[in-house]
Write a protein that binds this ligand. Structure first.
Ligand SMILES: [Zn+2]
Length: 488
């Protein structure tokens, strides 16, 4: 028997169809794929492998999948933490307006590096990110050995960048980066959302998809009341109807949020075999309306929709903790509805295999099974916090944290071993992030100090906002809301 990597005598949570869990298991990896998983034998420590990992006291499980995120502003962790909702929205829109115009590149590049480092170290092996200028992201994640889906965010009402230019950038990105880095980096097509895109933008998106039919369409849907209002302003019945009109409601679609999904939306999504990324922390932190229903994830899953978990804009809620999304999914749902919304194993599946299925790669990653790509993480469970080690699925969903991750393997390559990241220069990344924030602070009216942060005053933010897009957006929503009120 030969292998590149052999892990023996470990707890192995496979997340396969039967949720098989080994108390003393062996995992073999060769040529980037898992070749065997079985109960450990007494002489497994002597297996002829390039790397033999003693798994005693370790939990082996699939790498985590961050099914929806944005990474460019990672160095601004802490900047938005204590703002009120309007301040945050204003500050964020102004910053994105500048990034869309090509500014702050030093900040976004440092952001990708910092994100790659922290997510890698916390066991997140696959990320699905929508950003303004994702080239640096594709390269950084590719070089780090991670898996990533990246796409250029497209919108005609969120900022003032000419639509032609945005689509040209999206095409260039796809041509250069799709299926690069041994297939670990994939391009996506990213109309930003259903509340800041006109019908014309959706139609142009459909034209782009027709040229690249293999790519996934990654967007935000049914996030706000404005989602359906904008759809009506676009001449559709509701948000999903808008997508259906242009032929994008299908199995290539992965959409974040679905907070407002009603029964019909759930059924249409299931019928279309589209997927959802649920991002519980961002909505819990920045809740716009406590009276709005909580995301109907149990109903979506019951209907057969693949639902992954996403950390979304992690710099708005100061977290790199993907395990935390499983915990928050449960806490928010149980608080808003009633206890018992999830079984722990369902949350573990959403963190791994369901996230992979949502991204269309469930046959390749997301569980530990012979034949699959070897995206594997090892957690140190020989710690007081995991003692005694009962109910491993519940420990993962409720108690595990990034700091428990010791070893990370992607595509059969060891990216972190016993806590040491091999593919990213940690010190250099930290230095660049610090300098980027210093420069950002010196170029803007933001104050980012150790005691807290101060955004620019409202007048300065207002002066800084994109001039046309957001004004048109608010105007269209106001007109449509008035029409809705007076129509019967
Ligand atoms: Zn998002």
């Amino acid at each position: 028997m030969t292998a590149d990597i052999a892990i023996h005598d470990a707890y192995v949570l496979t997340v396969d169809d039967r949720n098989r869990l080994y108390e003393r298991g062996t995992v073999l990896v060769e040529d980037g794929r898992i070749t065997e998983i079985r109960t450990s034998q007494d002489d497994d420590a002597g297996i002829a492998a390039d790397r033999v990992i003693d798994g005693e006291g370790k939990l082996v499980m699939p790498g985590l999948v961050n099914a929806h995120t944005h990474l460019e502003l990672t160095p601004l962790l802490g900047a938005f933490s204590d703002l009120d909702l309007l301040e945050m929205m204003g500050g964020m829109t102004a910053i994105y307006g500048h990034i869309a115009e090509g500014e702050y590149e030093y900040l976004t590049e440092a952001g990708y590096e910092l994100a790659a480092l922290n997510f890698l170290a916390g066991g997140v092996t696959t990320s699905n990110s929508m950003d303004v200028r994702p080239s640096a992201g594709a390269e950084t994640f590719g070089e780090a050995g991670l898996r990533g889906f990246f796409g250029v965010a497209l919108s005609d009402l969120f900022w003032d960048v000419p639509v032609d230019e945005q689509f040209a950038r999206a095409r260039d990105f796809i041509d250069e980066y799709h299926d690069s880095y041994d297939g670990r980096i994939q391009a996506t097509i990213c109309p930003h959302d259903d509340w800041s895109c006109t019908r014309e933008l959706w139609e142009r998106t459909a034209d782009l998809v027709a040229d690249y039919p293999d790519l996934h369409v990654h967007t935000h849907l049914l996030e706000l009341e404005a989602s359906n209002t904008m759809a009506r302003s676009n001449g559709a019945t509701d948000s999903l109807d808008m997508l259906d009109d242009v032929g994008l409601l299908n199995d290539q679609l992965v959409a974040a949020h679905f907070r407002l999904a009603d029964e019909e939306d759930i059924q249409r999504t299931a019928d279309a075999e589209a997927s959802v990324a649920h991002c519980p922390s961002i909505f819990s932190y920045w809740n716009t309306d406590g009276d709005v229903q909580w995301t109907p994830v149990p109903e979506l899953r019951e209907a057969g929709v693949d639902v992954g978990l996403g950390i979304d804009d992690h710099y708005w809620h100061d977290s790199y903790n993907m395990f935390g999304e499983a915990r928050q999914a449960r806490l928010a749902a149980n608080l808003k509805r009633s206890a018992g919304q999830y079984h722990s194993m369902e949350l573990v599946r959403m963190l791994t295999i369901e996230g992979a299925k949502a991204l269309g790669v469930g046959d390749e990653i997301g569980s530990l099974e012979p034949g699959k790509r070897a995206d594997v993480i090892l957690l140190d469970v020989e710690k007081p916090k995991f003692t005694p080690l009962t109910n491993i699925p519940a420990q993962v969903a409720n108690n595990a944290a990034p700091a428990d991750v010791e070893t990370v393997i992607v595509d059969g390559e060891v990216l972190m071993a016993e806590g040491a990241v091999k593919t990213v220069d940690t010190d250099a990344v930290r230095e660049r992030a610090k300098s980027a924030v210093d420069r950002f602070e010196s170029e803007t009216d933001w104050e980012l100090g150790i005691g807290g942060s101060e955004p620019p005053n409202t007048m300065n933010v207002a002066r800084d906002l994109p001039k046309r897009g957001p004004v048109q957006l608010l105007g269209r929503l106001a007109v449509q809301s008035a029409k809705d009120k007076f129509s019967f």
